[in-house]
Design a protein around this ligand. Structure first.
Ligand code: C2E
Ligand code: MG
Ligand code: MG
Length: 591
């Protein structure tokens, strides 16, 4: 940082009043910041400390930071340890020594004040000729951010999949049975079960959800098999089932079991409200009367599974040394793709709306648009399922565009007809895939124009995964924000446990994931939710709690200072007609 020399001549030509005013303004500005600022002259004497800096440290202008006396005057620890930071590593002195300080974290423990974990950024200040004038550092209090992050990753750990026996046990039991059955009328069947598309669950929803799905998959597998069978987790998203008591020479028993397993794992996995649709590829190998060991049997079943997978997701194949035979082909994804294409093409995709409610007044302050798709029998397909299929087959842009256009027109109409143009928000979900679509900006702009909807009413909801790779998406997100619309983080806290992006990118609204609301009974989870609400409010973001189902949850959220919410208790998602009625009625109650 370079500071121009202010010459006495220049100073005297400036009216004193103006200078004083400028100084007062600068001081007010500095004190208004939520970052601590400390600057020192070339001797280490503090020349500037703003309000937050004083609060953090207890130091003020004029105090001298002498490297020698440093260790005594500043009680500064390394994060997570009892070790003091030596004088030459203190951020301000490092900066004074010419180092660039960028995100150095230290624990400040001034006597009589609470300990704070701060992240420091600093530079040396020099004049035009290179003479050192001093140094300046910014201190950001990251205590609660780090505490929340620690709890988020602990939650992810706690959700780690468990329960089923592992490979070692499977092999031991299989070898035992193979030995007993050799040459008899019974044989061992081994089913190698591999989830299709599981990686995208982790990518889209985060590891906590991924682990949750794995645990549910393990439980379903265990429920389907008989007590005498052994189901095991082979690692990652692969499972095995060993059936020791199959009639030798009759493969249909194992095939029927595989079909049941495929059916079970093909049902949506519900992650508190959201549904994840997967399928399983299954390979079957029979021991027959050959001299096989467990390892070889598992390898054969795996080979059959790979053949099944190559043919497409959700297939079953039985191993044979000559030609591995496919058992069946349930074209779930293909069917959904067809439904989706038709619905998008003829404009019959349905959009439902869920009210966003002010938790203290009960007023409906906006809605979230949620896409709906029904199959030929009139059964609803879970949105997470068809959104995932849409992402995989390149239809998610068209899906999102249609939902946005329809919803914008609907909300603009409600505003005109029912709300006397009062402020009213519209949340529309945006898949991360849409961010790479070069036509996104134009289609959002067009939807707003077409509906004559004020851009400020629109909140595009993005999941945290967008922010784990924020650099890649910064330009498009900023461009969208320039339209005047808002960006919200959906399902906050469900996946990515780093919060630093919240400061690097201007997000307007935070939607706390349903799992936090569901866990509010737990004291610790309640504290985390409270900390998240405070942190968001500190950053100027309103918080919407999702999935409020019970009066207890509602009361707890109110107590934690959360102002907005969605959930079946308040109002479930429903058709435009139903929500229109509700808005009309609530307007009378509230105003
Ligand atoms: P989301 O954006 O987090 O939407 C909230 C989900 O929570 C909705 O599920 C809603 O119906 C459900 N929900 C609301 N209140 C409660 C409650 O009290 N309890 C429980 N258990 N659930 C509640 P839905 O409609 O099944 O949608 C699931 C997800 O599918 C959405 O999660 C969103 O990620 C995605 N989705 C839906 N529509 C669209 C869309 O048009 N575009 C994109 N890209 N994604 C969409
Ligand atoms: Mg949403
Ligand atoms: Mg959500």
């Amino acid at each position: 940082m370079t500071v121009r020399n202010v010459t006495p001549a220049a100073r005297s030509s400036e009216p004193r009043q103006t200078l004083l005013k400028q100084a007062a303004l600068a001081e007010a500005l500095m004190d208004g910041l939520d970052v601590g600022i400390m600057a020192c002259d070339e001797h280490g004497r503090l020349s500037l400390v703003n309000r937050v800096g004083r609060d953090l440290h207890g130091f003020d202008v004029g105090d001298t930071i002498e490297p020698g006396a440093m260790a005594d005057s500043f009680v500064v620890y390394r994060p997570g340890s009892r070790e003091r930071v030596p004088a030459d590593e203190l951020p301000l002195l490092r900066a004074l020594n010419g180092e660039v300080v960028d995100g150095q974290e230290v624990v400040l423990a001034p006597p009589g004040r609470p300990r704070r974990l701060v992240s420091c950024t600093g530079r040396r200040i020099q004049d035009e000729d290179g003479a050192v004038l001093g140094a300046v550092i910014g201190l950001r209090d990251v205590t609660s951010q780090r505490a929340i992050e620690a709890v988020l990753s602990a939650r992810a750990e706690r959700e780690a999949p468990a329960g089923l026996p592992n490979r070692v046990l499977l092999d031991r039991r299989t070898d035992l049975r193979l030995g007993e059955d050799a040459g008899g009328s019974r044989s061992v069947a081994l089913l190698f079960v591999d989830l299709d598309g599981f990686t995208s669950v982790n990518d889209t929803h985060g590891h906590a959800v991924g682990n949750h799905v794995l645990r549910q998959a393990a439980r379903r597998l265990d429920d389907v098999v008989r007590a005498t069978d052994t189901s095991a987790r082979l690692g990652g998203d692969s499972f095995a089932v060993m059936c020791p008591d199959m009639p030798a020479g009759d493969p249909t028993h194992a095939e029927r079991l595989a079909t049941r397993i495929a059916g079970e794992l093909g049902r949506p996995f519900y992650i508190t409200g959201a549904a994840v649709q997967l399928s399983a590829s299954i390979g079957i190998a029979h021991s027959r009367d050959e001299d096989l060991d467990a390892e070889e049997l598992v390898a054969r079943a795996e080979a059959a599974m790979l053949t099944a997978k190559q043919t497409g997701a959700g297939q079953i194949a039985t191993y044979s040394p000559t030609a591995t035979a496919l058992v069946r082909r349930p074209p779930a994804a293909a069917r959904i793709e067809r439904l989706l294409r038709t619905a998008i093409e003829d404009g019959s995709l349905d959009v439902h709306y869920q009210p966003v409610v002010n938790l203290s007044s009960g007023a409906t302050v906006g809605v979230e648009a949620l896409a709906r798709l029904t199959d030929d029998e009139g059964t609803a397909v879970a949105p997470t399922t068809f959104v995932q299929v849409a992402e995989q087959c390149g239809l998610v842009g068209a899906l999102g565009e249609q939902v946005l256009r329809r919803a914008a027109i609907q909300v603009a109409q409600w505003k005109r007809q029912l709300l006397r143009e009062q402020e009213f928000g519209l949340g529309v979900n945006l898949s991360v895939h849409q961010l790479s679509d070069p036509g996104l900006f134009t289609s959002v702009e067009r939807a707003l124009d077409e509906a004559a909807l004020d851009p400020e009413a629109l909140v595009l909801e993005l999941t945290e995964s967008v922010f784990s790779d924020i650099e890649q998406h910064t330009d498009v997100l900023r461009e969208l924000q320039r339209l005047g619309l808002k960006l919200g983080i959906d399902d906050f806290g469900s996946g990515y446990s780093s919060l630093s992006y919240l400061r690097r990118f201007d997000v307007d609204i935070l939607k706390v994931d349903q799992t936090f609301v569901a866990d509010l009974d737990d004291k610790r989870d309640r504290q985390v939710t409270g900390a998240i609400v405070r942190m968001a409010h500190g950053l100027g973001m309103p918080v919407i709690a999702e999935g409020i189902e019970t009066p207890q949850q509602l009361a707890a959220l109110r107590e934690l200072g959360c102002q907005l919410g969605q959930g079946n208790l308040l109002a479930p998602a429903a058709s435009a007609a139903t929500i229109g009625d509700l808005i009309a009625r609530r307007r009378l109650i509230v105003s």
